[in-house]
Design a protein around this ligand. Sequence first.
Ligand SMILES: Cc1cc2nc3c(=O)[nH]c(=O)nc-3n(C[C@H](O)[C@H](O)[C@H](O)COP(=O)(O)O)c2cc1C
Length: 381
Amino acid sequence: MRLRDCHNFHDFRKLAKRRLPGPIFNYIDGAADDEVTHRQNTASFERCDLVPNILRGVTTIDMSVTVMGQKLAMPVYCSPTALQRLFHHQGERAVAAAAEKFGTMFGVSSLGTVSLEELRRAHKNPQVYQFYFHKDRGLNRAMMQRAQEAGVEVMMLTVDSITGGNRERDLRTGFSIPFRLTLAGMLQFALKPMWGINYVTHERFRMPQLDAHIDMSGDTMSIARYFTELMDPTMSWDDVAEMVKVWNGKFCLKGVMSVADARRAAEIGCAGIVLSNHGGRQLDGSRAPFDQLAEVVDAVGDRIDVLMDGGVQRGTHVLKALSLGAKAVGVGRFYLFPLAAAGQAGVERALGLMRTEIERDMRLMGVASVSQLSRENLRFR
Ligand SMILES: Cc1cc2nc3c(=O)[nH]c(=O)nc-3n(C[C@H](O)[C@H](O)[C@H](O)COP(=O)(O)O)c2cc1C
């Protein structure tokens, strides 16, 4: 199987599975507890049907959108994800470059493996910096200042992770940073020697967003401990309101689900919110963002930009979300499997397929621009 044999999400997933050691594949593919929410994220799109209009004379298609002041050539952006150089040695560099080619936004995680400054210098497309809230308020301010000085356009605070999710696949394989593999996990690495050769022959693994502030090397700090010891579970709306003020630019909350929280986000001056359950990796049993979208858009859609992520695998999923009122849609595994399968070429192919699907689907729906999509296009079963 080669990259040119990949025509959809499932093909990329299959190719990634062949190339990655089992523990790394399962870290990307897996989710919390019984992974019910993870499955529901995609299934929720299938409970909703598109109702096309015909004979509308659609010639040119404009799928561009403006979210939080950023003009995107397509309504899909690469949501921030951790540890990308573990999946492919090009890591965040590949994702940022591919996103630039398609004129869309990419997120850099505070658990990223390439520095936000390097990526900001190298690319012109809008960049989001994804951030967690630490107990140490000085550290929060220092990290925000760093992003501001680098010229990051949007600050995105992830609010669904005040503690780590229960990822049982990782417990079985021993996946953690630093690695603490079980014997079975080690065997899985031995079965994929090419991954190991690439890993040791490229730049040393680092987490530059955190390295400057926290010693993440050796045994001193693991990602699990980072979440349990450094995150602040007492984070409140007042804390976030203060951060929005300090940032003094486009600020977005990722992981909002309830209408009440969406209203609070609008009140404290957020430019946007992302309805998200972290790809089902945090609270299993929580509702799919697509199912929750309409009520949140109805409550705050006239005041702030409502985005969503989770389970998006097809152009039709994107059109359904936009029809309900989402301003743009984030993807995670949709670009991570292609990254693992083939680096930048993989991410470009995935985004290219997505763009082609959206364009074709808009034609078939009889709409020439995103603004023509509405709830009239949808029926729930
Ligand atoms: C391997 C992996 C790592 C992730 N790391 C982060 C992260 O560091 N910060 C964050 O806010 N979200 C993170 N996410 C969540 C994504 O940003 C996004 O919300 C989710 O992947 C969307 O679901 P999808 O994968 O079904 O598209 C991660 C997701 C995956 C799959």
